[in-house]
Design a protein around this ligand. Structure first.
Ligand SMILES: Cc1cc2nc3c(=O)[nH]c(=O)nc-3n(C[C@H](O)[C@H](O)[C@H](O)COP(=O)(O)OP(=O)(O)OC[C@H]3O[C@@H](n4cnc5c(N)ncnc54)[C@H](O)[C@@H]3O)c2cc1C
Length: 383
């Protein structure tokens, strides 16, 4: 595939074509209690939690609701953090990791309730692409079972996976989301609780905001607002393709391999959505320039061909930006040195469930509620 073909077909995120309604927003009079920058999964979740606690909330987005990473991702709703569970135990501590995994499982239940038909709890398949990865995911499986988490080990894979992959963990409670529909639904609920949404409203400087409390929910997109956060949340680009609907049904649930570098799933209408291959030009993908590139697009095309045995027609191509952190944990809590400023961002590519949960957590922090996860995610740890 050549460069021109790649860019000529860049049609944008499949998810955003969903006809789900964007809320008709209220206009708040006077100064709000809280202003939120970013109307993705995090901002909408935080807004809803704060409105339910009686706060007057205004949400700004430079684009529209769910038009950042929240409407551009792979549609995987996975428990846990961005690191493997066994690695998390070693890095963050046993109690902390157990709590994090347990709470993301609870968040998945809440997400299912809030998201309606935008969330399907079909499970996910974490595959090993080589012997080294097989050992790694065996370690993860053992650690999960040891701590009482549900998971199944698969040695025998279906024919269409067995030549390429060596084994897998089946995470039974995970899900697949239509992320744009999910976030718009959350936003609609928030609007019905009185939240004001200002779309196409870029915040150029925090001084332009009026509220005494401000939440940055900008994940990989917020550069330029707070220099200290720019140093700690690094933008990374992900690229995705969607195919025409396929007649065969091969990947009913989210599949991922190579440390999550590659991920794919088939949607109820038969389309294959596949993303990843950032490691094919890893330095180029550390950027917040939201555009597809020929090298990654052609890797994704070949991958879809390998997966189904013929070259499918690609109908959608898109890129999105997410926020990476040094320890792969998000920053959720007050920003050191900035009175009244809070952040919830940096999910390291794992933000559908974590972002939803962190929106609620940052609201809890603002409301003065304590939570062990607010300690684990405290931005001060990286300052
Ligand atoms: C290609 C790709 C695939 C991914 N796949 C998955 C996956 O399958 N599963 C998973 O869990 N996670 C995945 N992620 C990560 C996940 O999408 C994100 O972590 C999550 O959506 C972050 O949500 P958010 O609400 O915090 O930020 P976003 O949804 O990115 O929203 C931030 C918003 O802030 C707005 N904004 C920024 N600056 C300003 C400003 N100055 N003024 C006003 N508005 C501003 C932006 O316009 C944007 O809408 C993926 C990410 C990408 C890019």
């Amino acid at each position: 595939m050549d460069v021109e073909v790649a860019s000529a077909h860049m049609s944008g995120p499949y998810w955003l074509e969903d006809d789900s309604a964007v809320p008709a927003s209220t206009r708040l009079g006077g100064i709000p209690d809280v202003e939120i920058v970013g109307a993705g999964i995090t901002g909408c979740s935080a807004a809803l939690a704060l409105a339910r606690a009686g706060r007057r909330v205004r949400v700004h987005d430079a684009r529209g609701i769910a038009e950042g990473a929240s409407g551009r991702n792979g549609g995987f709703a996975l428990r846990g953090g961005a690191a493997r569970y066994d690695v998390a135990r070693e890095t963050y501590g046993g109690d902390e990791s157990r709590e994090l995994w347990r709470r993301t499982e609870a968040a998945l239940d809440e997400l299912e309730e809030a998201g309606g038909d935008a969330v399907r709890r079909v499970g996910s398949l974490r595959l090993a692409a080589d012997e080294e990865e097989l050992e790694q995911i065996r370690g993860e499986f053992a650690a999960l079972r040891e701590d009482g988490f549900e998971a199944e080990w698969l040695d025998e894979l279906p024919d269409h996976l067995s030549g390429r992959f060596l084994g897998a963990i089946h995470h039974l409670g995970d899900g697949s989301v239509q992320p744009a529909r999910l976030v718009r639904r959350l936003a609609s609920t928030a609007a019905s609780e009185g939240v004001e949404f200002r779309e196409r409203s870029r915040v150029e400087a925090l001084d332009d905001l009026e509220a005494p409390t401000v939440v940055l929910a900008t994940d990989g997109y917020g550069r330029g607002l707070v220099p200290e956060l720019d140093e700690r949340i690094w933008p990374a680009r992900g690229q995705v393709v969607a195919t025409e609907p396929l007649p065969e049904r091969l990947f009913e649930i989210p599949h991922y391999a190579r440390q999550g570098f590659d991920y794919w799933q088939q949607l109820p209408d038969g389309r294959l959505v596949a993303g990843g291959f950032r490691d094919h030009s890893i330095m180029d993908e550390l950027t917040d320039v939201e555009e597809t590139t020929p090298v990654i697009q052609s890797a994704l095309e070949s991958f879809t061909e390998d997966l189904i045995g013929r070259r499918p027609r690609i109908t959608h191509r898109w890129a999105g930006i997410f926020g990476l952190t040094q320890d792969f944990l998000p920053l959720v809590g007050p920003v050191p040195g900035h009175d009244g400023l809070w952040v919830a961002a940096g999910y390291s590519g794992h933000g559908n469930v974590l972002g939803f949960m962190s929106g609620g957590l940052v609201a809890d922090g603002i409301l003065g509620r304590e939570d062990p996860l607010l300690e684990l995610f405290d931005p001060a740890r990286l300052f």
